[in-house]
Ligand binder design. Structure first.
Ligand code: FE
Length: 182
C-alpha cells in the first residue's frame, strides 16, 4: 500500500467518528480545513497539512473523545511523528504547531478566544491554556509557526455541519506533491 492509500484508508475508516464534541465528523473537519486552505491559495504542503492536521486523533487507542475524560491525546505530536515517515517539515511542522498556534492566538488576538468552539476551549485547558507573552513571542519565531497560525484559522472555521467540500481524492495531488523524495 502506498502512503497515500494508507492515509486515505485511515481517514475513511476512522474519520466517520465524531470530532470530539464538534458538530462535524473528523473527515468532514479535515476536508473543510483543506478546502479553506486550497481556496486561500496555500501551497500544496500547507493544504496537505490542513487535511492531516488532526490525523493524530485517528491513530491512538485512547478510545473515543479522550478530552471529555480530561485526557490530552497529544495528537499534534502523534500526527507529526506518524506523518514524518513520508512528509517533510513543511507538512509536519504546521501539524506539530497547530495546537500551540491556538495558545498563541489567544495571547495576541483579543477577539480570538471568543470565537473558539466549546470543545476547543475545553481542549485549550488540557493543552496548557493561552501562552504568556514571552512564550507567544518565542513561538512565532519558530520555523513553520506562521503557517501553523494560518492553518489554525482554517481549522477553527472547519466545523460547520453540512458545508459541502470536495471529496478526499480531490486532495490527492496535494499529498503527492508534498511527499518527501524516497
Ligand atoms: Fe482541527
Amino acid at each position: 500500500m502506498t502512503p497515500i492509500e494508507q492515509i486515505f484508508d485511515i481517514l475513511q475508516a476512522k474519520g466517520g467518528a465524531d470530532y470530539g464534541s464538534e458538530r462535524v465528523t473528523q473527515l468532514q473537519h479535515a476536508l473543510q480545513s483543506a478546502a479553506l486552505a486550497e481556496a486561500a491559495g496555500a501551497p500544496s504542503a500547507l493544504v496537505a497539512a490542513a487535511l492531516l492536521h488532526d490525523f493524530g486523533h485517528m491513530i491512538h487507542d485512547l478510545g473515543r473523545n479522550p478530552a471529555a475524560r480530561g485526557l490530552d491525546d497529544r495528537h499534534e505530536v502523534r500526527g507529526r511523528d506518524w506523518l514524518g515517515q513520508w512528509f517533510a517539515e513543511d507538512v509536519t511542522g504546521p501539524v506539530r504547531l497547530h495546537v500551540d498556534a491556538k495558545r498563541y492566538l489567544c495571547a495576541v488576538d483579543p477577539g480570538y478566544f471568543g470565537t473558539l468552539s466549546p470543545a476547543s476551549v475545553r481542549s485549550l485547558e488540557l493543552q496548557g491554556g493561552p501562552f504568556p507573552a514571552d512564550l507567544a513571542k518565542s513561538f512565532i519565531g519558530l520555523p513553520h509557526a506562521a503557517a501553523a497560525v494560518e492553518l489554525r484559522r482554517w481549522d477553527d472555521c472547519a466545523k460547520e455541519s453540512g458545508r459541502p467540500t470536495p471529496d478526499l481524492p480531490h486532495f490527492r495531488r496535494h499529498l503527492e506533491a508534498s511527499l518527501r523524495p524516497a
